[in-house]
Design a protein around this ligand. Structure first.
Ligand SMILES: Nc1ncnc2c1ncn2[C@@H]1O[C@H](COP(=O)(O)OP(=O)(O)OP(=O)(O)O)[C@@H](O)[C@H]1O
Ligand SMILES: CC(C)(CO)[C@@H](O)C(=O)NCCC(=O)O
Ligand SMILES: [K+]
Length: 244
């Protein structure tokens, strides 16, 4: 059994896998990291490996004190991945993006793939049909847009997500909801259109905390898989075992 851990910028997510089947999912706060992992390891005694991807400020050190029977695999940019990395700055490429690209390569062989992760940031990652990772884009996620409007102006309130009533906002809150939510949706549809103009065929994997909401709103119909990063961690680990 494998416990995969995704340390994002905001939250931590985990999943216990028996081969390719998820037994349980977890979401928790950074401050609870060690306590929660201890609990999971107590509940699932058969976990032999802990596989971690961290883009947050939680480093390898946080994983040194667990039960000795558990091996920790803390993924880094130096690991071997199933794609050819054409990024001009491979050392600064986010480990979450590498794992997403890896999952897309392994799960959807021999095709162009675009992964859109709508989390704290929105990331776009493209792997072509010859398994070249080309890069993509990084932009602020939904929650971050609301926070930025509030934090960098004098007058704008901090709002919680609400579905805008129209693209023409007729009040301050409605203008903000339209700008944030519609802007978010238009951006992603716009990027997908751009890829479509250059690649006649590609699959789209939509993931991250806002994926389910987005899937309903995009003009481009695509399926969402909120757990794609955790699944990709499990697959990347299997790949690593078989290729190291
Ligand atoms: N309880 C929650 N806490 C924070 N964000 C949430 C929550 N529920 C839904 N969301 C939405 O999820 C988005 C954040 O996504 P996610 O949880 O994937 O981020 P994350 O844990 O920081 O991961 P990453 O850094 O990998 O993007 C926010 O824009 C927000 O709208
Ligand atoms: C963009 C984020 C913050 C998304 O989690 C992460 O992938 C990251 O810190 N990336 C480093 C920069 C890059 O990917 O080029
Ligand atoms: K993200």
């Amino acid at each position: 059994m494998v416990l995969t851990i995704d340390i994002g910028n905001t939250r931590i997510k985990g999943a216990v896998f028996e081969k390719n089947t998820v037994l349980e999912f977890f979401v928790f706060d950074k401050k609870d990291l060690e306590k929660k992992i201890e609990k999971i390891l107590e509940k699932f005694e058969k976990v032999t490996d802990l596989v971690v991807a961290s883009v947050g400020n939680v480093g390898k050190e946080a994983f040194l004190n667990f039960n000795n029977d558990v091996k920790v695999c803390f993924l880094s940019n130096e690991d071997h991945f199933p794609f050819k990395n054409n990024y001009a700055t491979p050392k600064t490429l986010g480990i979450d993006r590498m794992v997403l690209a890896s999952g897309a390569t392994l799960q959807y062989p021999n095709q162009n793939r675009l992964v859109v992760d709508a989390g704290t940031c929105i990331t776009y990652d493209f792997v072509d049909e010859n398994d070249n990772y080309l890069g993509g884009a990084i932009s602020p996620g939904l929650r971050l847009r609301y926070e930025a409007l509030h934090n960098y102006t004098a007058k704008l309130p901090l709002l919680m997500f609400e579905e805008p009533k129209s693209y023409i906002g007729n009040s301050t809150p409605e203008s903000m909801h339209s700008g944030v939510v519609n802007g978010f949706v238009y951006e992603i549809d716009g990027f997908i259109d751009q890829y479509r103009a250059h690649y006649s065929n590609f699959i789209i994997i939509l993931t991250g905390g806002d994926a389910l909401f987005l899937a309903k709103r995009l003009k481009n119909t695509i399926f969402a898989n909120s757990n794609f990063l955790l699944e990709s961690l499990n697959q990347t680990f299997q790949y690593k075992i078989n290729n190291d």
